[in-house]
Design a protein around this ligand. Structure first.
Ligand SMILES: Cc1ncc(COP(=O)(O)O)c(C=O)c1O
Length: 361
């Protein structure tokens, strides 16, 4: 088996050890004579997986007693709708910081539900940066303030996340979840689709402040209430059994690597090396994110022409470097450096970049 270096934005690279472990037990899970894919979500085997995943997540992020984690379906896009359905009552206003396509989609859903406004935006600069919190315009008594911690498409990231300051903070952490330590207590709600740092596509995680949850609306269908899924212990309906099983293995792997701090240290070094390779040849490579807003997860840059970008992606692929084509709205090159992408992958990429510029620069 040859595994190539995979820089795709999501669903993205998983640790080889995790895939091997799943492979080794695919036909017979823990001596049960059947696959986990053929196992009831109410079985003791799956209960143990879910409990273990919850315990690992709690340890890794230091989730306090005040908060509860729930596993759901629907991706982050379902969360875009569920957040306002639950927490934007009539007569109140929600505020959104717009830092890219995903936050705009989140705002659009809120505006279907009720009154939602833009607190800050960098759209007029092509979303090249995170707006300075000093200039945010959050209405007095806002229902919540919504942020996107990392912008997968534009390659920008909050270097530090703001602290809760009266207004409940809601954060879409889909593309940098568990890439660094966070202070969960600062957030009323965190959500993330699993398919970047956490596991395969299919399962979506939310971490909710229990006190805030008590204020949620109850005039919406049961399925769309966070409370329903909290009360059901993530088993209100059939959960994403296989995705949770895989995520549990990824969480085990993150713990073995040293946890969120070790991930942050390694992610910082990976990003440092790649940005250094871009900055070393400003005549040829041009990073798109403003300094101070550069993402450690998704690094986005351009070459002098689209023809060269096409050649770069094709030649990189031939050299065993996959998934480097930029998102269609931005173009150029994007390298996603999620937790499972190693320093060896980054070193292979920067070496390729050096060769490419020698030939074409
Ligand atoms: C930051 C962010 N939010 C939301 C989404 C949408 O996620 P999903 O496809 O799980 O609905 C993505 C997908 O890439 C994302 O990167």
């Amino acid at each position: 088996v040859t595994r190539l270096f995979n820089f795709v934005a999501g669903p993205s690279a998983l640790p080889t050890e995790v895939l091997e472990s799943a492979q080794s037990e695919l036909l017979d899970y823990a001596g049960t004579g059947k696959s986990i894919l053929e196992t009831s979500h109410r079985s003791p085997e799956f209960m143990e997986i879910l409990d273990t995943a919850n315990a690992r997540l709690t340890r890794l992020l230091g989730i306090p007693e005040t908060h509860v984690a729930v596993w759901m379906h629907g991706g982050a896009s379902a969360q875009f709708a569920m957040v306002p359905m639950n927490f934007l009552p009539e007569g109140q206003t929600a505020a959104y910081v717009l830092t890219g396509v995903w936050s705009k989609k989140a705002l659009r859903e809120a505006q279907v539900v009720g009154d939602a406004v833009v607190a800050a935006s960098t759209e007029d600069r092509g979303f090249d940066s995170i707006p300075d919190p000093a200039g945010w315009d959050v209405p007095q008594g806002a229902a919540y303030l919504h942020l996107t911690s990392n912008n997968t498409i534009y390659g920008t990231q909050f270097a530090t996340l703001p602290e809760r300051d009266g207004v409940p903070l809601v954060c879409d952490m889909s593309s940098d979840f568990l890439s660094r330590p966070i202070d969960v207590s600062q957030f009323a709600l965190i959500y993330a689709g699993a398919q970047k740092n956490l596991g395969p596509a299919g399962v979506t995680l939310a971490i909710v402040d229990r006190g805030w949850l008590e204020t949620a609306r109850t005039d919406i269908p049961h399925f769309f209430r966070y409370q329903t899924h909290v009360d059901g212990g993530s088993l209100y309906n059939t959960p994403c059994v296989f995705a949770i099983y895989m995520t549990n293995k990824v969480l085990e792997w993150v713990e073995a690597q040293g946890g969120a701090e070790a991930m942050a240290a390694r992610n910082g070094e990976k990003a440092r090396r790649l940005y250094a390779a871009i900055d070393a040849r400003p005549d040829f490579y041009r990073g798109l994110a403003a300094s101070g807003s550069r993402s450690q997860m998704n690094v986005v840059w351009r070459l002098p022409s689209e023809a060269l970008e096409k050649a770069f992606v094709a030649e990189a692929k031939a050299a065993g470097l996959l998934g480097l084509k930029g998102h269609r709205t931005v173009g150029g090159i994007r390298a996603s450096l999620y937790n499972a992408v190693g320093l060896d992958a980054v070193d292979a990429l920067t070496a390729f970049m050096g060769d490419f510029v020698e030939k074409n620069g």
